[in-house]
Structures are given as C-alpha cells and as structure tokens.
Write a protein that binds this ligand. Sequence first.
Ligand code: URA
Length: 374
Amino acid sequence: MRKEISRDIHKMHAFVRFKKTGEDMKSEREQFMAWFEPDHRIMPLTAQFFQKRFTGMDWSIFTPTGSASWDGKILRLGPGVDKVEVPKEELDELWRGYYKSIFNPARLKVKAMQAEMPKKYWHNLPETNLIESLISESRHRVQEMHKKNLRSSTSGGKNPYLKHLRNLTSHDEHIVLNPDQHIRQPLSRIRELANCCQACPLHQNATGTVLGEGPADAKIMIVGEQPGDQEDLLGRPFVGPAGKLLDHFLTKTGIDRKECYVTNAVKHFKFIPRRNQRLHQSPNLDEISRCKPWLVGELREVKPRIIILLGSTAARSLIGTHFKITQQRGIITGTDLAAKVIATVHPSYLLRIKDSQQRQHEKALFLKDLQLAR
Ligand code: URA
C-alpha cells in the first residue's frame, strides 16, 4: 500500500500541469489551476511539494478527492470536486516545447516510457500528443544520421551516440538522442524552462535549478559539474569554495570571470543528507544526459570560442564517457562544440588533495591549462 501511495505521489509531482487563469492586479501574482486524477486521496500529501516548488505563483489544484490552493501566504486544503474544466492556453505550448527539448530517445524504451507515464494520465497532459511523432521523427533522423556517417563529425570518431545508433536498427525501441532536438531558445527562455525541469529525480530535493550566468556573447564558457550546497541555495554557479578557488586561478591567469559564461553540466544539486549537512554526490550518466539539453541550449546561444571543461562530469557530458581527464587533459580537437575545447581538472579536486606537494603540482597544471585557454 505504501509503495502504491508513493508511486501515486511521485506521478502527481511529475504530471500536474498548471494552466494560467489570470493575474491578481493588486498583488501582481499570476494565477494558475490544474486538474489531476490520482488513484488515491493524496492531495494533502502532495500540497506542500507544490507550495515549495511553485511558491511564487497563486495556484489551485483540483482532484476528485481533494483540492489545495496557495496564495503566497496560506496553503488551504479543501474537498474534492467533479472534473473541472481547466482553460486551454499558451502553457500547453510551453510544455510541448519543453517536452520536445528533454525528450531523450537514446535512453528511451517506449514500453518503459509508457510504464513511467501510464496512459491514464495522458489525457490531462498537453505534451502526450507529441510522443508518437517524436518517436517516428527520431527514427527518421537516425537513419539520416547513419547516411551522413555522423562518426566523422564529432569526438574524433568516438561518437558517444554511435552505440545507440547501432542499437536502434536492431531494437526499434531505442532511439538515438538527436542533438538537433536540443532546445533552441534565447537564454532567458532556457532559464524559464529549465526552472521547471523534472527530467530526472534531482529536482525533487534541490532548492532549484541553477543555470549558467555571464554575458550571452561570452568568448569563454566554463562548464563545471553541478551546483554545490551554496550554489543551490543562492541559485548561482561557482559561488562556494570551488568557485572561490576557480576565481583565484582565473584572476591569476588574467581571465576576467565577468566576461565568461559560467555554467554546469548538471543543473540541480545532487546530495545525501548527513546530520545537518548535504553531502555532494556525483551525478550519474542518466542525470548528466537528461540535463544535457540545457547545456547544449546554453552553448548554442552563447557560441563561445572556447569551452573550458572542469572535471570529468563536464567532459562526460560534452565529449563522451570514454574521456579520461588525467590522460587527455588540455586541448581536445575534432569536436563541433566550439572552435577550442580544453578539459582540465575540477577545482574541488584541488581542494581535496591532502598531500601538499601533490597539491602544488596539480595546481600548477591547472594554471597551465587555464593559461592555454586564455
Ligand atoms: N562545483 C561545480 O562543478 N559547479 C558549481 O557551480 C559549484 C561547484
């Protein structure tokens, strides 16, 4: 029973879709409503999640067995209602755009997807009518990519998608992640969309999405792993201890951080709670790839001349899982990401080295990599 309820709660967190109904002139707060049909009476168990997640807007959620509303001050629980008609409007388009951008066919088995997003939810989800077309479109694109022999265009012949491409022909349900389906939006819109990202479970515990910051026409883009504890709280990348060390080395190198676009491969903080601390956990491959559309979206907008990849998560995201920082650090050739890509260690690695001689040695190498970038 507990499992059933947890699953129902999880589905509700993921599949509630708000529609905008208006704006309160006095408070200038936007108002939204949503209709959802859970299997159990879980409205009281989920209300706080929505309060925390959508705290900046007024909303009401109606289900047949309970309702909840939030006005920025008070969370009210109420009785269930018969199905309410929620208005149709532009948010549906937003959802569809968003879903298209996070749709990751390479990791998707249609059956598994339908198990995750059971059909009974589909009629209330604006994005579901895209699923069939995205799948068939992807198949077509994959065949095209095969024809063009994508192998030669990225990563010096070690295209990380190639395995999926091969699988696709033999297993129809595996569809390659098509880079063209990554989000193509202005940075401000990417930020808006990424703020509601629920593509992987990391959004559940993080305070919020931390997207990159810096000029939209920066020549240098610095890509780290994921926000840490302080970044998560402040909503800005590289502001904690690793960020301070990075700043120190950038200054030493003569690179002005204000002129760089600084971001991360993964946009949510992954951690485990330990007493009153949140201990960093490295994101896994699935989380990295689900977050990649946001990073590629940033890349496509900023179009940096050089990308500095800090640590293996950033390298895994943009170069491939085979990449070994310690053996392949420095300039990486043959990528179509930017004119130059440089991979180096992550500053938090430097912070962790206990042996002072080794630390000095690694710091000198790090400085050299940044100088190369400059
Ligand atoms: N480490 C990262 O990789 N990114 C941050 O933003 C902070 C710490």
